[in-house]
Design a protein around this ligand. Structure first.
Ligand code: HEM
Length: 135
């Protein structure tokens, strides 16, 4: 798990930079899109490279609170991403000042939730990882 975990931590730091430089749209937007794709791809990568049957079924980890918490946080993150992409899209479109201000506020508030939930996804993933076992 160490490789994907370190990679996730690096992408988290890059995400912080992209939040800080949100005004630089040519940096902010592509970086956020890349990180969202990275997060969507991670479950597929882990599914293909880990012995999930042994871990979840044989070791009975499917009944563990940690696994379900991690899964729930991941679903919450993807829901937040969906709303955030929509709000970001509204900011890119030329609309009236009122709609723009609402989208900006929504995008801003969602950003806090995303940073928190994404941190919890990474932390819960780190707690579940078993170095050296391929699990
Ligand atoms: C594909 C997804 C996204 C798109 C298209 C997008 C687009 C934008 C745009 C156009 C702006 C306005 C920049 C300006 O001030 O000129 C913005 C601001 C911002 N974005 Fe995003 N963004 C995306 C994802 C994210 C994510 C995932 C986060 C949080 C982790 C985030 C956090 C922010 C913040 C904090 C601002 C500043 C809002 C404010 O003005 O108060 N964005 N984004």
């Amino acid at each position: 798990m160490a490789g994907p975990l370190y990679l996730a931590l690096v992408t988290y730091l890059i995400m912080l930079l992209a939040v800080y430089w949100h005004r630089v749209r040519r940096f902010h937007v592509p970086v956020m899109i890349t990180i969202i794709i990275f997060d969507l791809g991670m479950p597929f990568y882990l599914f293909l490279t880990r012995n999930w049957y042994k871990r979840l079924i044989v070791n009975n980890d499917i009944m563990s609170f940690g696994v379900w918490m991690h899964f729930g946080l991941l679903i919450a993150l993807f829901v937040l991403y969906t709303i955030q992409v929509n709000a970001g899209w509204q900011l890119l479109k030329k609309t009236d000042a009122n709609t723009l201000e609402n989208s900006r506020r929504e995008h801003h508030n969602l950003a806090r939730g995303i940073l928190l939930v994404r941190a919890l996804v990474i932390i819960s993933g780190a707690l579940l990882s078993e170095p050296g076992t391929g699990a």
